[in-house]
Each structure stands twice: as structure tokens, then as C-alpha cells.
Ligand binder design. Structure first.
Ligand code: 4AD
Ligand code: MG
Length: 440
């Protein structure tokens, strides 16, 4: 590894996203080679530095012969730095060009495995640690960061306090069939499937809270919507019913989409996203009861039995009927989690709500009003075959000042996949974990 030439120290080191502030000035830029092209006496180097890409130009006769020679030895993904002057150039991707005066190789790169030819997804996933250097993956992961930032921004500005839930837990939240189990000294622990139960405790302490972190499910499904490690934001609100829960979701999601359109338009364009589809995402979102959704499916010729949960194809059909996400509420208790409040007067359905994204992306959030009655909750825990002892702390929330409360969980990768318009959630997280992949 070679150090920056000491003669360069009088010039500012500039990251490419800020290069526009240095027009006609001499600066140092540092990055990696995307590709090189030469046309006779001119050498064009595409340098990326993580924030943007710039074209660097060396002209024979103008740049020193030594510099020209060194530049020619650069290979894809070699790291290097340039001393040069910045010019405006409308033809370049970032709007600027740099004229090379001196060039210094930091470290070489031999046989970089990703080449301009088409690669299969399996191969690209094997080299995911390198694939994230590409333009398309940059776009997706920048949009992901913007989505996560905007979610926190909206919640922080609307009276929510971030109170995170633990990852190592003694009991299940979303059924026992997808638990990852681990030894915990002399007992067993599970990786959390959802921070919700702790979120409810936090809501009884602070009123409106959210937790935001990775969650884990040993899903034996190889679909384009399932990961075994995925990120979830889970708001939980005291003194809020199911309608209030839906209002918060539509406000938050509209804010997120508006922010992505405002701050990440170039990235959406890189992905070829149809912008008009995102511009339509404004609150309020349509609401459809489970009963009506079943009728709708039947009207489309699907032989659907009342009481069953919707599968991905059903969600796709329902979601395609709208140009905004659609809430489906009041599912049968039998296909939902133990803690959801049955509808008074119609106990076979519960105050649950799923939000289905348009364009066939399916469920992106799941939520409900929670059972607030001690006796009923205790009964539901028993009926679901869960160990009562492990839930005594959770029952305390109904022993000591129980209140009506609601919450939901939004899956980050499914939301990223929908907003980016990409096919599979595995590209919506930096290092995906699926049933068949824990590498790299
Ligand atoms: O519908 P789910 O299972 O709801 C809960 O976990 C509640 N405890 C949340 C709450 O009320 N606080 O999961 C919520 C969301 C889903 O809508 C989906 O977006 C995402 O989490 N999700 C997954 N994403 C990727 N891979 C998986 N295996 C997922 N399972 C759920
Ligand atoms: Mg769900």
C-alpha cells in the first residue's frame, strides 16, 4: 500500500458528491477504477468513490508521459488517486470531469470476478461482498438507507420514542414453527421474530414507541418475499384503536415514498423505476375487510374458502386492484397471532390489519389492536399451547393499568423491493440470509 505523495498535501481531498464546489480548482480525488477507455491520445478513466462516479481524462502530450504510462496499467477495481483540475462537463454522469495532472496507484486488483458480461444471480450472490460496488446495487442500498432514515424521521417528529427490543429472547412472538434456537448458558434462547411484545411494554411506559432492528425467522420458504434475517420497524401506540393504527401507517408510508422521490430520484432512474406509480402513493389508502377481499377473489374466479389466510398469489390479485397500498382488516382469528383483539360482537374475526403493496408486491406490514383484557389474553396463550410461565411478564401489562393499544410491523426489505421495483427481497438487504444462503 503506497501513501499519498507528499507534494499533494496542499490540495484538498474531495469526495465526488461534493466535486461541484471545486470547479476550476485543483483537487485530490480517491477511488476505484470502474473502467478505462482509450481513444488514440486520450485516456478516459471512470473513477467511483462510493458517493459518485467521475470521468478522469489524461491527454498524451499534456499529462506527463510517466502518468500516462501508469494510468494504462490500471485494472478494474484497482484503487488510485488523482491530482487534477475539475471542469464542468454535461456529458459526464456526475456533471463534471477531472483533467489528470498526476496519478498514483494505491493498490492493484487482479482478476476482478465481476465483468461487464452477464452473470447469473447465484454467482453474483456468491460475490455479494463485491457485487455491492455496482451501480444497480448502489441505487438499491441508497434507497434502502433513505427509507430507513425517513421512517425514523417521521416517527421521531410525530411523538414516537425509539425504545429497542432485545434480540435474544426467552419466548416466541409469531408462532413456534419459525424459531431459531440457541443455547443460552444452562437454558435455551431464541432469536427474536418480532420486537412487538417488548414494544407493548415500552408503550405502557412511554405512550408511543418504536423498535427498529433485525428479526429472524427460520422460514422454510424459498420465495421472492422471504428472508431468514430481515429488518422490521415496529411502532406501538397506547390509547390507539385499529383505525388509528391504519392512519399512522398511511401517513408514515406516504412520507417515506415522498422522501425517496425527493432525495433519490437518480437512483430510481438507474433502476428504471416507473416514477408515476410512486407519485400516486398518498394517504389515505383504501380499506377492505377480509370478507370483502374474499368476495373480490371469488368474483375474479378464485375458489377461496372463508377462514383461510391469503397466499402470495391471492395478495397479488387483491393488490393489483389498486394503485395505492390497500389495507385488509378483520381477518379470522384462526389465521392470526394469539394477541390480536377479537371484534366485540363478532368474535370469529379480529382487529388485525395487513397492508398489501400495489404492483403485486403483497404484504408489507402486519398489525393489530392487541387484546387488553387479562383473562382473555391468558386464555389465548393457553389455547395456543404456549408456556404460560414465559408470558407472565407480558400478562403484567394487563395486570397493571391495561389500556387499548395497537401497533404494526413494517418489513424493510419488502418495502425496499416495492419502492425500487425489484423482483426479489434478496437484493434489498446488503448481505441476504435465506434458507439456502449464509455466505458471504
Ligand atoms: O406480519 P408479521 O409476522 O407481523 C409481526 O411480526 C407483528 N408482531 C408486527 C407487529 O405488530 N409489531 O411481520 C411483519 C412484516 C410483514 O408484513 C413483512 O413485511 C415482514 O414483516 N416479514 C418478512 N420480510 C422478509 N422475510 C420474512 N421472512 C418476513 N416475515 C415477515
Ligand atoms: Mg403478516
Amino acid at each position: 500500500m503506497k501513501e499519498t505523495p507528499s507534494a499533494w498535501k496542499d490540495y484538498p481531498y474531495v469526495r465526488l458528491e461534493n466535486i461541484g464546489r471545486y470547479v476550476d480548482e485543483k483537487v485530490v480525488v480517491k477511488g476505484w477504477l470502474r473502467r478505462m477507455r482509450s481513444s488514440g491520445k486520450i485516456l478516459f478513466l471512470q473513477m467511483r468513490d462510493g458517493t459518485s462516479t467521475i470521468q478522469a481524462v489524461a491527454v498524451k502530450g499534456e499529462a506527463p508521459e510517466e502518468v500516462f504510462k501508469t494510468a494504462k496499467t490500471l485494472t478494474p477495481e484497482s484503487s488510485f488517486e488523482i491530482l487534477g483540475s475539475v471542469h464542468r462537463d454535461e456529458r459526464s454522469a456526475c456533471g463534471y470531469e477531472i483533467g489528470i495532472e498526476d496519478l498514483h496507484i494505491i493498490s492493484g486488483s487482479v482478476g476482478y470476478p465481476i465483468t461487464p458480461k452477464e452473470h447469473g444471480v447465484d454467482f453474483l450472490m456468491d460475490v455479494r461482498h463485491l457485487w455491492i460496488r455496482s451501480m444497480r446495487q448502489h441505487a438499491v442500498l441508497r434507497i434502502r438507507a433513505e427509507i430507513m432514515r425517513s421512517i425514523s424521521e417521521w416517527l421521531d417528529n410525530n411523538g414516537f420514542l425509539r425504545v429497542d427490543s432485545p434480540i435474544l429472547t426467552p419466548s416466541a412472538c409469531e408462532g413456534t414453527s419459525t424459531l431459531f434456537e440457541t443455547d443460552y448458558f444452562d437454558t435455551k434462547a431464541y432469536l427474536t421474530q418480532s420486537g412487538q411484545l417488548y414494544g407493548e411494554a415500552s408503550a405502557m411506559a412511554f405512550g408511543r414507541v418504536y423498535c427498529f432492528g433485525p428479526t429472524f425467522r427460520a422460514e422454510k420458504s424459498k420465495t421472492r418475499r422471504h428472508l431468514t434475517e430481515f429488518w422490521m420497524v415496529e411502532p406501538e401506540m397506547a390509547f390507539t384503536d385499529l383505525d388509528g393504527c391504519m392512519e399512522i401507517q398511511e401517513q408514515m408510508i406516504s412520507h417515506v415514498v415522498a422522501n425517496v422521490l425527493k432525495h433519490r430520484l437518480p437512483e430510481l432512474k438507474t433502476l428504471g423505476r416507473d416514477i408515476s406509480k410512486l407519485e400516486a402513493i398518498k394517504a389515505p389508502f383504501p380499506r377492505l375487510s377480509y370478507d370483502d377481499a374474499v368476495e373480490y377473489l371469488r368474483s375474479k374466479g378464485h375458489d377461496f374458502k372463508w377462514g383461510d389466510d391469503f397466499g402470495a398469489p391471492d395478495e397479488t390479485v387483491i393488490g393489483e386492484g389498486y394503485d395505492k397500498p390497500v389495507f385488509v382488516h378483520h381477518y379470522p382469528c384462526s389465521c392470526k397471532a394469539f394477541y390480536m383483539k377479537p371484534e366485540p360482537g363478532r368474535e370469529e374475526v379480529c382487529r388485525s390489519v395487513d397492508l398489501l403493496a400495489p404492483e403485486g408486491y403483497g404484504e408489507i406490514t402486519g398489525g393489530s389492536q392487541r387484546i387488553d383484557d387479562f383473562k382473555l389474553l391468558e386464555q389465548r396463550i393457553k389455547d395456543n399451547g404456549l408456556p404460560l410461565e414465559a408470558y407472565q411478564w407480558y400478562l403484567d401489562l394487563r395486570r397493571y393499568g391495561s389500556v387499548p393499544h395497537s401497533g404494526f410491523g413494517l418489513g424493510i426489505e419488502r418495502t425496499v423491493a416495492w419502492i425500487c421495483g425489484i423482483e426479489h427481497v434478496r437484493e434489498a438487504i446488503p448481505y441476504p440470509r435465506t434458507m439456502s444462503r449464509i455466505h458471504p
